[in-house]
Design a protein around this ligand. Sequence first.
Ligand code: UD1
Ligand code: CA
Length: 462
Amino acid sequence: MSNNCAVILAGGEGTRMHSKKPKVMAELLFKPMIDHVFTAVKKAGICEICVVTGYQAAILEEHLQGRAFTVRQTERLGTGHAVMQAAEYLRTHDFDNVLILNGDAPFMDSDTIVQALSYHETRGFVQTVISAKIENPYGYGRIVRDFNGDFCAIVEEASADKETKKINEINSGAMWFKKDALLYLLSKITNDNSKGEYYLTDTVGIAVSEKMRVGAYTAKSADAVLGANTRVQLNELNELLRHKILNRLMLSGVSIPCTDGVIVDGGAEIGPDTVILPGTIIKEGCEIGENCVIGPNTVLYKTKVGDGCVLNQVQAEEAEVKSNANLGPFVHLRPNTVIGEHVHCGNFVEVKNSVIGEHTSVSHLTYVGDSDVGKGVNFGCGVVTVNFNGKTKHRCEIGDDAFIGCNTNLIAPVKIGDRAYTAAGSTVTEDVPDDALAIARSRQTTKAGWVIRKKPYRPKKY
Ligand code: UD1
Ligand code: CA
């Protein structure tokens, strides 16, 4: 493949979003629009990316740190002017072709990008615009063709006459250029139009007038051009993308009996016969096996779930749940947690930075933090691993088949041996050897007849 780069235009303010953030940071399925564009570019095999920032540039520069080269456009003088800011970057790098993309068009996909490049290269064009045929072309630049059907200009909405406005083939904003031709054409565009802007789209007419070969590649799916100018449109894009992903999952064997509130990241891998119930949000970086029931109301982020698991009302981030675990209702798994096979965690259980061995049961009202828990352990109700002394965190170690009595506090660092027991209500501060019972609470004293003698209260009248 030739040596290519992408320039993403992201300087615009997006006034109608009424946001203090750059428009391209508006989120589609929990990811800024520009990240969707990035994913498409990378998937198309383009590694060199330059982003033109402008409005609230610092926010974008921080977001893109280490991922792309950025240049600032200090005044918003149009898309042509935005690309001019990348001229120095283009001049000093050895690229064959340059792909220009709008950062606010998150549906542009890698297939369209790759197909357009091959169209561009095989025909020897200096510029190939990705176009689409849509029902309502209002607001878009129109693709104008001459009487032979050859593409000859793009006319913006503001400059279009009545006839031109009827054209429903539009400019997606994405286009491939031969690098040298792009630099040359940029030097030729002017701001001689009603908006006083430098339109990138004027490059087409200039190229044609100089007998340079240009083309328009029509995207197979018109969705590729969709963008959002308002939050109402952003909601429409979210719904469109959400259902695209859910439909794909359903067609691959995942059951979603009711899609209400079900939001799944496009990169999630979910095995067949898994059921996703309402209110479940599966964010980026998740992998879920076969035959699971996920939800209702479960939120997963960067979490791996094995086969045959049940996650009912679970929140998990950066965790791993091995096969046949049964979690919920109301379980919270925090980063660096590994839940072993056949583990059960029940109501109001929180686990953080811990490993729970297979067949262990943590059924009710328990906090397990910074702990290494063996196999077959039973936690009574209300156990707390006391991992933080106000300054430092320590670990608890619990051996295989141990039995932690109800309401035990394990003061870390502490080690409970294999098969050891702790009595209910104990505050355990010292290690408990294998097979031992630790009782760490004061003995009960019972004073017979104490109430009659002391009369500590006035008897109530019913
Ligand atoms: C642009 C195209 C139009 C096309 C449409 C597709 C031009 C002149 N028009 O119109 O033909 O149909 O996209 O959506 O190119 N930007 C900057 N700096 C600027 C101006 C814009 O970085 O000075 C960025 C914006 O952040 C945005 C992109 O360029 O990501 C497109 O700009 P926008 O103003 O949204 O152009 P459209 O009016 O949509
Ligand atoms: Ca736009």
